[in-house]
Design a binder for this molecule. Structure first.
Ligand SMILES: Nc1nc2c(ncn2[C@@H]2O[C@H](COP(=O)(O)OP(=O)(O)OP(=O)(O)O)[C@@H](O)[C@H]2O)c(=O)[nH]1
Ligand SMILES: [Mg+2]
Length: 581
């Protein structure tokens, strides 16, 4: 299993010396580190354990000025190696580093009481006793980085603890926080970091955050050895062709495309070492990055952290909050929450089970892939959570929303049927917003579709209060015969036409269905004998005025009975055949 061990402890207590004694590698490589005799930057070395496995060792600086660097080094680790000088005992950064480890959720590790060679037995015994009290439940081993005493016991204990550390999430999308950037001849820009989750293989397309730039991984190495694929928990060096060194920095993240939100806000459960007032300004450390932030308190023990620089976080991430010293930490509940304070949503998120979280996120339709990209739930959790809502064609929405929408649609169709019994339907486009989810939701609504119009199931056009008007119109039509009647109620006319009771001509004129039949017969007969009919001839034969004659003929053109050639009309071929039959 791939694990990373991080050192911790006060300045000069012997961390780097111990790492060198354990691994043979001097991690104080900067000239300034050598000149001053203190560590300034993070150092990395592979450490072989007695059982043959190799873990990565991150050596952090102990000086109080470099605590922020220690945090960057500690965010990716699985277990700690706390180093205490036997002569000095626990000091300020021993305590602060321990607090940071606890805030980051790094609970397992080993305490090495070092420089055992430089103290008498009594002092050593006291130091060991003090260390046991300081970190209860963790093995305390006396060692010397100079004589090598106790190193075998220390390795054995690290091996034992490594066996019980929780697995990293290989099934979660890839995320690596960059801790070093450099150039290698023949390879170009190389970034290193601890792989928090997922895996990276040569050729993988990844996203560099927070710039969002797409990059391709080449030459993946774990501790200077090329590998096919690096796994979660390993220290990884990735060659990034086409990227300049100046374009990548410690704190950037290399992530699977579109798997994590890029966010200026984190919704968190606070872990306060000292009270944090609403509006407090501090520095948030997340991954290997840090940014200025403001605390906006939400409910009991919760807050939104408003960040100056966006981060790519996921639910369950831990952050460290610092001013001059470490003032607390926080557990990310939502890596990209909405701006407002919503205690109810906050409560649901804190509740923590996948179903509650999905319910907190989903009301109106949301794409499932968008939910995944919120980095709130991993694959299996998301699947479980989606049981709490409906999923149709990759759209997730709450039952409550569907009910609201159905009720709303029903209400509108009912109102429409009441106001307009002749045409009780509504255009679909008018009924549902033109949203991409509409096709998925439509079949679930209590409507009947006829073409592009929606009706209440079984709804039929009714005359309702217009029954009298309909009768009056029909009486007028009978009296009018072939002479067209003007109707000022187009809806009624359309209804009666659909019912086969009249025929609509242009300009709002109508004739009875029977009269239109007669007029058609006149045309058929004349064309049958004379081959054609003119407007004047039709007017005379039908005994109507010029306007009505023209309206009737135009309707026959539309119906496909006749075709107009100048001022003459002939039967269309299909109509001629019908006559011959
Ligand atoms: N006698 C003795 N001296 C030690 C031992 N370990 C470290 N030292 C000395 O202690 C001093 C500091 O050691 P480092 O290993 O640089 O301490 P550090 O914890 O890495 O210091 P920072 O990284 O700056 O926090 C050096 O002068 C070491 O030679 C030890 O086991 N025995
Ligand atoms: Mg050091």
């Amino acid at each position: 299993m791939a694990l990373t061990v991080g050192t911790a402890g006060h300045v000069d207590h012997g961390k780097t010396t111990l790492v060198r004694a354990l691994t043979g590698k001097d991690t104080d490589r900067l000239p300034e580190e050598r000149a001053r005799g203190i560590s300034i930057d993070l150092g990395y070395a592979p450490l072989a354990l007695p059982d043959g496995t190799t873990v990565s060792l991150v050596d952090v600086p102990g000086h109080e000025r470099f605590v922020r660097t220690m945090v960057a080094g500690a965010t990716g680790i699985d277990l700690f190696l706390l180093v205490v000088d036997a002569a000095e005992g626990a000091r300020a950064q021993t305590h602060e580093h321990l607090a940071i480890l606890r805030l980051l959720g790094v609970e397992r590790g080993v305490v090495a009481v070092t420089k055992a060679d430089a103290v008498d037995d009594e002092t050593l015994a006291l130091a060991l006793e003090e260390a046991r009290e300081l970190v209860p439940g963790v093995a305390v081993i006396p060692v010397s980085g100079v004589t090598g005493a106790g190193l075998d016991e220390l390795r054995a204990e690290l091996g034992a603890v490594a066996k019980v550390v929780d697995q990293r999430r290989a099934d979660y999308p890839t995320r690596l926080f960059v801790d070093r950037v450099f150039t290698l001849r023949g390879i170009g820009t190389v970034v290193t970091g601890t792989l928090w989750s997922g895996s990276i293989g040569s050729g993988d397309r990844l996203q560099l955050e927070p710039s969002g730039r797409e990059v391709r991984a080449r030459s993946v190495q774990v501790h200077d050895v090329a590998v096919e694929r690096a796994e979660a928990g390993q220290r990884v060096a990735v060659g990034l062709p086409g990227i300049e060194v100046a374009e990548v920095h410690r704190g950037d993240a290399l992530v699977a495309a579109d798997a994590f939100p890029r966010s200026y806000r984190l919704e968190v459960a606070l872990d306060e070492l000292e009270p944090l007032a609403d509006g407090a300004r501090l520095t948030v450390h997340h991954g290997t990055t840090r940014t200025a932030a403001r605390v906006v308190r939400v409910g009991e023990g919760h807050a939104q952290l408003r960040l100056a620089v966006p981060v790519v976080a996921a639910r369950g991430d831990r952050v460290v909050l610092r001013r001059e010293t470490t003032v607390g930490g926080a557990l990310v509940l939502d890596p990209a929450p909405p701006r407002g304070r919503d205690p109810e949503r906050d409560r649901l998120l804190a509740h923590g089970d996948p179903r509650s979280i999905v319910l907190a996120l989903v009301h109106a339709p949301v794409r499932v892939e968008e939910l995944a990209a919120r980095a709130l739930l991993d694959g299996a959790e998301l699947e479980e959570g989606l049981d709490a809502v409906r999923v149709v064609d990759d759209w997730a929405f709450a039952d409550a929303w569907l009910e609201e929408t159905a009720a709303h649609v029903e209400e509108r169709l009912r109102a429409r049927a009441e106001a307009s019994p002749l045409e009780p339907g509504l255009a679909l486009a008018e009924l549902l917003p033109a949203e991409p989810w509409a096709p998925a939701v439509l079949p679930l609504l209590p409507i009947e579709r006829r073409g592009a119009t929606a009706y209440l199931p079984g709804a039929a056009a009714r005359l309702g209060t217009r029954a009298e008007a309909a009768e009056a119109l029909e009486r007028a039509l009978v009296a009018g015969g072939l002479v067209a009647t003007k109707s000022d109620d187009p809806e009624l006319a359309r209804f009666l036409e659909a019912d086969g009771r009249l025929v609509r001509l242009g300009d709002g004129y109508v004739v009875s269905a029977g009269a239109y039949e007669v007029a058609q017969d006149v045309v058929r007969t004349e064309c049958g004998s004379a081959g054609e009919i003119t407007l004047a001839r039709f007017r005379d034969l039908a005994g109507v005025g010029r306007r009505d004659a023209q309206l009737l003929l135009e309707r026959m053109d539309v119906d496909g009975l006749t075709r107009r050639l100048g001022d003459r009309r002939v039967l269309r071929r299909s109509s001629r055949d019908a006559v011959r039959d």
